[in-house]
Design a protein around this ligand. Structure first.
Ligand code: URA
Length: 268
C-alpha cells in the first residue's frame, strides 16, 4: 500500500470529520462541545485495501454506500425526540399490532459499536427493550467476549422498531418505512463501527439486496462511505444451527481487532 496515498486519504477523512463536527455544533448550537477525533489511519488503510483488491473477497464486491432515502417526515435532531416520534409512529401496519415500540438501548455517547438486529420478538415487544429474549442472552455473551457492553460502549437497535406478528420477517415496505429511524440513530449516535446481525439488517445497511449472509459476512463495508461496518449471522440463527458459532466468532474477532478491543482468551 502506498504511504502517500494513505496519508492523503487520512487527511481527507480528518477534514470530513472536522466538517461533520462543525455541522453538529451548528445544529445543536453548542460551541462548547468537544469531539474526539477518531483515528482515521485504519479506515484509510481499509479503503485502500478495498480499492487495491488486496483481499480477494473484497474485490468481488466493493464497499457500497447505501443510497439515502428522501425523507418525507421531519426527523428529530436529538435522540430523545426521535424515540418519542418513534413511540407515536404509524408509518406502517406493524403499529397496529405492537405493544411497545423498541427504539434501542445502550451507550449513546459515541459507542464503539452500534448493533443492528432485525426486529423485536415477543419479550422485546412487552418490555420495549431490544434483545432481551433467548437470542438476546446469546448476543450479550457474544458481545462481552469482545469487551462490548450495552452499559458502557455499545448501543443495540433493530431495522424495524415494532414486532412483526408471529415473528415473521419484516416486509420490504415495513423496513423502508422504519429505515429512517435507524439511519437517524446512526447519524446522532455516531458509533465508531456498526455490526449488522442477520440478512435483514445486513442487506438494508449495505444496500446489497440480493446477497446471502455467506457473501456479506466477515468483511468491512463503509456505511455512508465513512463508518466501518461488518455483518455476521443473527444470534437466533446461531441458536438454530451451532455450526454458525465459528464464523460468528471470526467476524467478532475481526471487529474487535479493528477497534482494539480485548478478546476473550487472548492477551491484549
Ligand atoms: N430481538 C431483537 O430485538 N431483535 C432481533 O433481531 C431478535 C430478537
Amino acid at each position: 500500500m502506498q504511504e502517500d496515498k494513505k496519508k492523503a486519504l487520512e487527511t481527507a477523512l480528518g477534514k470530513t470529520g472536522d466538517l461533520m463536527n462543525m455541522f453538529e455544533k451548528t445544529v445543536r448550537k453548542n460551541w462548547d462541545m468537544e469531539f474526539e477525533q477518531p483515528d482515521y489511519s485504519r479506515t484509510a488503510e481499509m479503503i485502500l485495501r478495498n480499492l487495491e483488491g488486496e483481499d480477494e473477497k473484497q474485490e468481488e464486491k466493493p464497499a457500497f454506500i447505501p443510497p439515502r432515502e428522501s425523507a418525507d417526515i421531519r426527523l428529530s435532531l436529538d435522540l430523545g425526540g426521535l424515540a418519542a416520534d418513534c413511540a407515536k409512529c404509524t408509518r406502517c401496519r406493524l403499529a397496529s399490532t405492537r405493544t411497545k415500540t423498541v427504539f434501542g438501548d445502550g451507550c449513546i455517547a459515541r459507542p464503539d459499536v452500534l448493533v443492528v438486529g432485525e426486529g423485536p420478538g415477543e419479550t422485546e415487544d412487552k418490555t420495549g427493550l431490544p434483545f432481551v429474549g433467548r437470542a438476546g442472552e446469546l448476543l450479550t455473551k457474544m458481545l462481552s467476549s469482545i469487551s462490548l457492553y450495552r452499559e458502557s460502549n455499545c448501543y443495540i437497535t433493530n431495522t424495524v422498531k415494532c414486532r412483526p406478528p408471529e415473528n415473521r420477517d419484516p416486509l420490504p415496505d415495513e423496513k423502508q418505512a422504519c429505515g429512517l429511524y435507524v439511519r437517524q440513530q446512526i447519524a446522532l449516535i455516531r458509533p465508531k463501527a456498526i455490526l449488522c446481525l442477520g440478512r435483514g439488517a445486513s442487506c438494508m445497511l449495505t444496500g446489497q439486496e440480493d446477497c446471502s449472509m455467506a457473501q456479506l459476512r466477515g468483511r468491512f463495508f463503509f456505511y455512508d462511505g465513512s463508518i466501518p461496518m461488518i455483518c455476521t449471522y443473527h444470534p437466533a440463527a446461531v441458536l438454530r444451527n451451532t455450526d454458525l458459532k465459528r464464523p460468528v466468532w471470526e467476524d467478532l474477532k475481526k471487529l474487535a481487532r479493528f477497534l482494539n478491543l480485548g478478546i476473550a482468551g487472548e492477551r491484549k
